[in-house]
Ligand binder design. Sequence first.
Ligand code: KG4
Ligand code: ZN
Length: 345
Amino acid sequence: MIGDETNVLSSVVASQLSVHGKYGGVVPELASREHLRAMAPVVEEALARAGVDWGDLDAVAATYGPGLAGSLLVGLTYAKGVAMAAKIPLIAVNHIEGHIHAVILEARQRGEEIPLPALALIVSGGHTHLFEARADGSYWPLGRTRDDAAGEAFDKVAKLLGFGYPGGPVIDRIARYGNPEAVRFTAAKMKGNALDFSFSGLKTAVLRWVESNDLAAEIEARREVLQRNPNPSDDEWLEATPRRTRDLVASFQRTVVDELVQHAIRAADQVEAARALIISGGVACNSGLRTAATTRTIGLPVYFPSPGLSTDNAVMIAAAAFPRYRRGEFAPLTLAAEPNLQLAG
Ligand code: KG4
Ligand code: ZN
């Protein structure tokens, strides 16, 4: 909930990780059910923490895509209900634009304006996109993944190795104890647009490495660690993770990070007008990426969100809604959820 442009009155996030964890990934039906269960209590808590009544609201914003159809439907339908009951306008926000606005908002809170046009690299469990974010509020697509999203690669490799879900945070932790030079993975060779991404080849290469190194026993040991404690400490993980696997994990992360950084460098070369690089989405939490994507390596000032605003949250949706609110750009109550909504192009 945002008061004026940069003043966040409250932020409540309901996590479903414990629900999906045991399945090694998001189960769409469970996600819709959990959204339904959490929706009203989360909004009520956000209002209570902000000290705001329903009658004080000027507008309600919701994301209508891209994402899982069932989850989008729950949020959008609830927002329409609020709009109708409180007689306030509905603002429709693209989820990916939300990730970009999380970074713009935090810069403004520091009294800083991100110079535009900027390159925007959105890396999450569902998306890997490169855009040019222009000063007029439009987005020009530069590249996208042709197969898996970057976060999906982290999640699938973690699942394969018995580290549970979500994979990004645990791989990030284990990678610190391994040698990123130990296993050489080749970067994906792209035909056509050099700013497109591909991560499925790397995932297959990790699978081959696992098969040829006979990891069955240690994978089982890690599953047991997870059964004993859903949030294992570094020591608990390391005890079940021999050096070769720590090295594999570090090498995998290094390959993904290199791929992202190389694309950002290439985009900075290609888009001469670009004045900054915004990196957002769940994978923007990755410490390897944060260390590697610096102003020095990219040649542009680089902006990351704080970890709390990197993964999905409502503040980013409100932040993206604000310029629309000011322009009076409201959505009809007949608006449909669009699971494959594009940001541009
Ligand atoms: O943006 P997000 O919360 O949800 C989507 O819109 O997808 O991103 C979740 C993704 C998951 O794939 C998760 O494994 C990844 O972000 N992630 C990370 C890290 N923290 C979360 N990936 C790499 N390193 C991390 N530290
Ligand atoms: Zn997201």
